[in-house]
Design a protein. Structure first.
Length: 105
């Protein structure tokens, strides 16, 4: 868990992903569509990726990817991010985390 905390520190948006995961790709595209530039950590490309996945699962991430942190807060996976977007709450989270600076629909 400390490993995850270090990776998300001082970053407005962090997405833990796997390069072959279509849901991870979709979540990244959605967040980028707001103008955010998330830090993407491809766990399948890291030597300690399995350790990171275990830490994410201990935090309640099931499946382990995609796992989204906005403003150092765990948001959830794809379902939670899509739900926030449908409720028009995702943009406010991104604004609050200073991942984006202006948003108008």
């Amino acid at each position: 868990m400390e490993m995850v905390a270090r990776l998300i520190a001082d970053k407005p948006v962090v997405i833990f992903s796997k390069s072959s995961c279509c849901m991870s790709h979709t979540v990244k595209a959605l967040i980028c569509s707001f103008g955010a530039n998330p830090t993407v950590i491809e766990v399948d490309k890291l030597p300690n990726g399995q350790q990171i996945e275990r830490a994410l699962m201990q935090l309640g991430c099931r499946p382990s990817v995609p796992s989204v942190f906005i403003g150092q807060q765990f948001i959830g996976g794809a379902n939670e991010v899509f739900s926030l977007n449908i409720q028009n709450k995702l943009s406010q989270l991104l604004l609050s985390a200073r991942a984006i600076f202006i948003w108008a629909r």
